[in-house]
Ligand binder design. Structure first.
Ligand code: GTP
Ligand code: SPV
Ligand code: MN
Length: 596
């Protein structure tokens, strides 16, 4: 097992608190995987899917009140409240431990506590982080097995005294009123209780790899970001890498697995997927920024995934995949809205009720078979476009960083920042319409800086300062961009076809990062010059590109007022540079100065 005294002692203490009938240390073996699957099937936690059509795949339904991250129940527990900042919920560590202990006490009675040693990043890499999650959920254990690298090999690396993040998790009664997702960055610990889903419960993901890691990154001089990583191989065989930060359910998985559209495929482009959700970035010995994907799998949004929008994702989930809250078909396969093929004539919906495509609710709205935040958990190595470098401990060198949000209006298809600090401003002012990935009013526009609003483990003002500071510490920094695939026309329809066609934007982004590519300067940054985006093979109605790239001063002045309102939250903690950026934007919008 392990000779790590502190680890053994902590496991004993937590077992004493939670009171499981037994404690089982996971070794990560294939035989163990089958044992856990069998046990989950026997308990009804998983349903085995059609062995011919979906080998090694399972189906899971969560509690209906437990289908997305709960940001209002997520807390940063630092000794000083100011360290959590105005955008995080805060609780003192004493209160956090005390309140959660009440919910954990005896919560595992009659259950098994699984001890899951896991590594974020390749096992043994100097940049990887080790965590140990204790959980009473087989579903969580099997998901962790896909999303992270688990088992004895991790304990071997940990040795007798290695550092690890203490991750305590219990589904308890799944009571939303007693749900708490607590982070103790000063203790390198996470406590999560009364949820069994996604970022609330797979503690290696958002809790460790973003909230705890962002805190470490700030102190140690690197970045932990909510970003995909992809490589673009051009016709000459050169591969250049970009990262992109979009809020939850805003297109990271889709972009990371993009397939070139016909028009550009002729040119010989190919996309290599490195990661779809989280990037850890460090300055390399060559002065460039290098990115690692700390995860080992994809926890992707199912609805909307089909062979047109994301054929690579579809191929990835053909085996060894866990499907959560999708529609279960009568033949033991699965389906979701805007999925592959026609809706099945019948099936069982995510709530376990008989379903047909014609079912309507009282208001005449069609009832979805799959929950909008239903997801698949699949091993990254199964993705046809997975990069040969996806497990390289050094990562991949980044040429461009792209921020983006889901905005019906205002934000153009793509804009390049004037310089690093302006790029940080573009990131800090990202706004997006809320999606089903979190509880709250859907569609409401909110500021989501760097797509990290729910995931930054400390005061976001300090996070902005860290971003500005890093610009000075990266000798050859990536260029920074902002994109918006979601701008809508007067008719309410998306102006840009998106998905594979987004490669046309990536092509320009990479050209600009190399110092090539034609641009015009606007008050908000560099826009593609007319004809600079390769649109060959794409039929857009007349005037659509102009609409996609339109920057209206009056609208941007309103937007600027909202930037200032958002920044005001941070009071005196906001880096002066960001205030200066608002003043410079104002001046540019008024035509008073043209920046160089
Ligand atoms: P998380 O896993 O929650 O962090 O999200 P993600 O950013 O990986 O989201 P994902 O790629 O799964 O995005 C899902 C949603 O975005 C679906 O509704 C897609 O249909 C939609 N989407 C993705 N790319 C595009 C695009 O280029 N255009 C349009 N219009 N929609 C897109
Ligand atoms: C997100 O919400 O950004 C996700 C899904 O990637 S979860 O793992 O639930 O955080
Ligand atoms: Mn995410």
């Amino acid at each position: 097992m392990t000779e790590h005294k502190k680890l053994k002692q902590w496991v004993d203490e937590m077992a004493a608190l939670c009171g499981p009938d037994s404690v089982v240390w996971l070794d990560g073996s294939e035989a163990e995987k089958r044992r856990l699957e069998d046990a989950a099937v026997a308990k009804g936690e998983l349903t085995r899917l059609n062995a011919e059509k979906l080998p090694g795949c399972f189906y899971h339904r969560t509690d209906p009140m437990d289908v997305a991250r709960t940001e209002d129940l997520t807390f940063i527990c630092t000794r000083k409240k100011a360290d959590a900042g105005p955008t995080n919920n805060w609780m003192s560590p004493e209160d956090g431990y005390k309140r959660a202990s009440e919910y954990f006490r005896g919560s595992m009675k009659g259950r098994t506590m699984y001890v899951i040693p896991f590594s974020m990043g390749p096992v043994g890499s100097p940049f990887s982080k080790i965590g140990v999650q204790l959980s009473d959920s087989l579903y969580v254990a099997l998901n962790m097995r896909i999303m992270t690298r688990i088992g004895s090999r991790v304990l071997d690396v940990l040795g007798k005294s290695g550092e690890f993040t203490k991750c305590l998790h219990s589904t308890a009664q799944l009571d939303p009123k007693k749900r708490l997702i607590l982070h103790f960055p000063e203790d390198n610990a996470v406590w999560s209780v009364n949820s069994g889903y996604g970022g609330n419960a797979l503690l290696g993901k958002k809790c460790l790899s973003l909230r705890i890691a962002s805190w470490l990154a700030k102190n140690e001089g690197w970045f932990a970001e909510h970003m995909l990583i992809l490589g673009v191989e051009d016709p000459k065989g050169r591969v250049e890498y970009v990262t992109a930060a979009f809020p939850s359910a805003c297109g990271k998985t889709n972009l990371a697995m993009l397939i070139p559209p016909e028009g550009l495929k002729r040119k010989g482009y190919k996309i290599w997927t490195v990661g779809d959700d989280i990037a850890w970035l460090r300055v390399g010995p060559d002065g460039r920024l290098w990115a690692v994907n700390p995860e080992a799998g994809f926890f992707g949004v199912a609805p909307g995934t089909n062979s047109k929008s994301n054929p690579n994702a579809l191929a990835t989930v053909k085996k060894n995949t866990i499907f959560t809250n999708v529609l279960l078909k009568d033949d033991g396969t699965v389906w979701w809205e805007e999925g592959e093929g026609k809706p099945p004539a019948s099936g069982t919906d995510w709530l376990g009720r008989p379903w047909t495509p014609s079912l309507q609710d009282g208001d005449g709205k069609f009832i979805m078979g799959a929950h909008p935040n239903s997801r698949f958990t699949a091993p990254a190595g199964q993705c046809p476009s997975i990069s040969p470098k996806w497990e390289d401990p050094q990562g991949v060198p980044i040429s461009a960083i792209i921020f983006g949000g889901r905005r019906a209006k205002l934000a153009p298809l793509v804009v390049q920042s004037l310089d690093w600090a302006h790029g940080v401003y573009l990131g800090a002012t990202v706004a997006s319409e809320r999606t089903a990935a979190q509880y709250g009013k859907q569609g409401e526009v909110r500021r989501d800086p760097m797509a990290m609003l729910p995931f930054c483990g400390y005061n976001m003002a300090d996070y902005f300062a860290h971003w500005l500071d890093m610009g000075k510490r990266i000798p050859k920094p990536p260029k920074i961009f902002h994109v918006n695939w979601f701008r809508r026309g007067e008719d309410g329809k998306f102006l840009w076809p998106g998905y594979g066609e987004n490669l046309r934007v990536l092509e320009w982004v990479l050209a600009r990062a190399r110092g090539e590519g034609q641009a015009v300067e606007s008050p908000i940054g560099f826009l593609p010059a007319r004809g600079a985006l390769d649109l060959s093979g794409l039929e857009l109605p007349n005037g659509t590109m102009d609409q996609l790239l339109e920057v209206r001063s009056a609208d941007w002045k309103e937007e600027l007022a909202d930037h200032r309102k958002f920044f005001a939250k941070f009071g005196g903690d906001l880096p002066k540079e960001l205030g200066d950026q608002t003043a410079r934007l104002e001046a540019r919008l008024s035509g008073a100065v043209t920046s160089s």
